[in-house]
Design a protein around this ligand. Structure first.
Ligand code: FES
Length: 173
């Protein structure tokens, strides 16, 4: 077990190590009914990384980079619903699974490798979880120690009833 020292709270290398660790773990990012129905899109942040959760036409969930491969514009701020992901800057379009679908005025350019990076995504108890690890352990395995304890809460049936957001100025560093 790693014990954090006072220095870890102000050390950049410690922060980055913790960020990597948190990003690789499964993180609950939203309720599944917040991305219900084909074309649903919701932006979230996982360990500092902008992620776009989408629901495909086949009902499958996807977790994608929320950064356009053209010039780095944020693709979706908040929520959207459409048959594709469209960048507001120069209108590149991606399928709901992240594949590049259109790149206006880029005829002749080699756009191989311009699909949106994909992350691991899974549902459990009505939650959508994302991991930035390329090969995370199965979500069910990660949650196994908790599953029994959480059964009485009937998580799958919960609905978002109220949202409370906090903002703070941070430390200025
Ligand atoms: S930055 Fe997205 S299309 Fe140009």
């Amino acid at each position: 077990m790693t014990v954090l020292t006072p220095r870890d709270y102000v050390d950049a290398a410690s922060f980055e190590r913790e960020r990597q660790r948190l990003g690789a773990a499964w993180t609950p990012v939203c309720r599944a009914d917040e991305v219900a129905g084909a074309g649903a899109q919701k932006s979230v942040v996982v360990a500092g990384v902008p992620v776009l959760v989408t629901r495909g036409q086949d009902g499958a969930l996807h977790a994608l980079s929320n950064v356009c491969r053209h010039r780095g514009m944020t693709l979706v701020d908040g929520e959207a619903r459409a048959d594709a992901i469209r960048c507001p800057y120069h209108l590149w379009a991606y399928r709901l699974d992240g594949a590049l679908a259109a790149a206006p005025f880029m005829d002749g350019a080699d756009l191989g490798g311009c699909d949106l990076p994909r992350y691991a995504v899974a549902e459990w108890g009505g939650w959508v979880f994302v991991s930035l690890s390329p090969q995370p352990s199965p979500l069910a395995d990660a949650l196994a120690p908790l599953a029994g304890a959480l059964d009485p809460a009937a998580l799958a049936g919960l609905k978002v009833g109220y949202r409370l957001a906090f903002e703070h100025a941070g430390t200025g560093r």
